[in-house]
Design a protein around this ligand. Structure first.
Ligand SMILES: *Cc1c(COP(=O)(O)O)cnc(C)c1O
Length: 388
């Protein structure tokens, strides 16, 4: 099976992890700050907090922004469930904004319409979570301008987008957001096995997220209530979690970050080659916005079903049966049973639902060979078969 995503682990990566195993610290040692520095160096953000997953990063980001009971968080239906669940973790309500039919990202025009209606109902969101689907940035300038006008905070879910750029600046810089989140799961671009990070330019948000990452405990006497009892003393000043990244993971991340530029460049070569090879087939290839450079975590095509004699499901299953590890990103979150039980219905976000009926993620990973890619395309051609 040619997988849809796969990590690259080199001897240097392995040596970096083994070095940590031989060291004094498996966790809470020197590698986590080194990894965090590699993230701030790369993106230009002031602070990076490494955590054990992007899901945890989204949670502490929401907590730091003060999301709670009675508040509302909005995101896109076309994302992994974690982008929405982080709002529920904080006891807030979650709602969605439908996607743009060209980029499949949260649509700023629909966002504005929904904000106008929400203002009239007195239910404006406290946080909006734009997701840079497949690695291509959302229209952050438009979303940021709406954030100023309607007074909401912004968390960029950039789980797909490390190494990407927006208006020629690195995604993660947080120029148009309060916090940006990355994922380092092995199918993503850079991996630490499990892992994530939250980046921000705000000293206050960084300090809060550091507390939530580690039990709400501080060892800094200046942050304590009253005076320290002595050198052993710490205080719990918030309800936090254990969301820490280990030094083993961070060392892998440091080693991987050195190759990030190459990872993304290689994905761009593959995407351009796909674009060429798929010409003339009854599929829509990914749209590339002018002012963005995608991280290209995913390469999603949409089937032109009115030109194909098979169903979406048939095409998908036949690709799998023929060794092509296609996937589908994503099942609209509002259609999940858990969210249906919260009152969402099919038909609520028609553009997302239409996308779901046509989308297929083709294999895309930086160590994919041209031979593997040619196999994907020739099997896809065969499966699409006699075009109507
Ligand atoms: C993968 C992913 C997450 C969750 O990442 P983890 O590191 O697995 O917690 C969140 N949002 C999006 C868009 C993702 O793709």
């Amino acid at each position: 099976m040619i997988p849809y995503g796969k990590q690259e682990i080199t001897q240097q990566d392995i040596d970096a992890v083994v070095d940590v195993l031989h060291s004094d610290f498996l966790t809470q040692g020197p590698q986590v700050p080194v990894f965090e520095k590699s993230l701030t160096d790369f993106t230009g953000a002031k602070h990076a907090l490494a955590v054990n997953s992007a899901t945890s990063a989204l949670h502490i980001a929401c907590l730091a922004l003060g999301l709670g009971d009675g508040d509302v968080l909005w995101t896109t239906p076309i994302t992994f469930v974690a982008s929405a669940n982080c709002g529920l973790y904080c006891g807030s309500k979650v709602d969605f904004v439908d996607i743009d039919p060209t980029t499949y990202n949260l649509c700023p025009t629909k966002l504005e319409k929904k904000l106008i209606a929400a203002k009239a109902n007195g239910q404006l969101p406290k946080i909006v979570v734009p997701v840079h689907l497949c690695g291509q940035s959302c229209d952050m300038k438009a979303i940021y301008a709406l954030g100023k006008e309607y007074n909401f905070k912004i968390i960029e879910d950039a789980s797909h987008a490390i190494g990407g750029r927006y208006h020629d600046k690195p995604i993660g810089l947080c120029e148009y957001s309060d916090i940006t989140v990355f994922s380092f799961h092995p199918v993503k671009i850079v991996t630490t096995a499990e892992g994530g990070a939250a980046l921000t330019n705000s000293d206050i948000l960084a300090e809060k997220m550091a507390l939530y990452r580690s039990h709400g405990i501080t060892r800094d006497p200046s942050k304590m209530v009253g005076v320290s009892h002595g050198g052993w003393y710490y205080q719990q000043v918030e309800l936090g979690y254990n969301y820490r990244m280990t030094d083993l993971q961070a060392a892998l991340g440091v080693s991987q970050m050195k190759r990030l530029g190459r990872f993304v460049a290689s994905r761009h070569c593959l995407a351009q080659r796909y674009n060429k090879l798929l010409e003339g087939l009854p599929v829509v290839t990914p749209f590339q916005l002018k002012n963005t450079y995608s991280g290209l975590h995913l390469y999603v095509i949409r089937l032109k079903l009115d030109e194909i004699s098979k169903s979406h499901e048939q095409v998908f299953n036949e690709l799998r049966e023929n060794g092509i590890g296609v996937n589908l990103h994503y099942i609209p979150v509002h259609s999940q049973p858990y969210y249906q039980n919260k009152g969402f219905k099919l038909g609520d976000f028609p553009e997302s639902e239409r996308y779901y009926q046509e989308a297929i993620s083709l294999p895309m990973f930086h160590i994919m060979t041209e031979e593997q890619q040619s196999t994907v395309v020739s099997i896809l051609k065969a499966v699409l078969g006699s075009v109507k």
